[in-house]
Design a binder for this molecule. Structure first.
Ligand code: HEM
Length: 139
């Protein structure tokens, strides 16, 4: 379940951009970042980068999270470092409990009416909603 939720948040990170500001001059490799510069960390682009994730970067493949040997910094749905999300563990636990309750009682199929149209309005969301047909497992 952890792998499935991670892969969903890799393809559709709720926070697609993270704003930062340099409080001092910083040298990052070849890059010089002067004090006061506004920086946007492009989470969506990092999560979809073929260079970082391979040719199947746009495919849904939870298996890529099976390995523990994980390159840090390329998966940042909750940001990273001292200002990362304080609700990260709570959010993951909540999602797992809700998913576990749902999949133990229902099977799911996506409705024919579903249109795949993710948009960013502060956070990423499905423009036309997600219409899902639930079938009770014990019916
Ligand atoms: C899927 C759910 C969530 C996602 C994807 C998410 C994502 C994020 C991200 C990316 C940041 C960093 C923003 C930045 O530095 O610019 C952040 C910060 C934060 N999040 Fe979350 N969050 C989630 C759920 C929650 C929940 C459930 C709580 C509280 C119960 C929470 C509380 C916070 C707080 C307080 C911060 C600010 C931390 C700081 O600045 O030190 N988040 N979150």
């Amino acid at each position: 379940m952890h792998m499935v939720i991670n892969e969903s948040m890799r393809l559709y990170p709720p926070a697609t951009l993270l704003p930062r500001m340099a409080f001092q001059d910083i040298v990052l490799g070849d890059l010089y970042i002067p004090k006061g510069l506004s920086i946007w960390i492009p989470v969506l682009a990092i999560h979809h980068s073929e260079e970082l994730w391979g040719k199947d970067a746009n495919e849904f493949n939870p298996q890529r999270f099976a390995s523990k040997s994980f390159m840090p910094g390329r998966f940042i749905p909750f940001a990273s470092g001292p200002r990362n999300c304080v609700g990260q563990s709570f959010a993951m636990m909540e999602a797992k409990i809700i998913l576990a309750m749902l999949i133990s009682k229902f099977s799911f199929t996506i409705s024919d009416n579903y249109k795949h149209a993710p948009i960013t309005v502060l956070t990423i969301k499905p423009k036309y909603g997600v219409q899902i047909c639930l079938k009770p497992l014990d019916a």
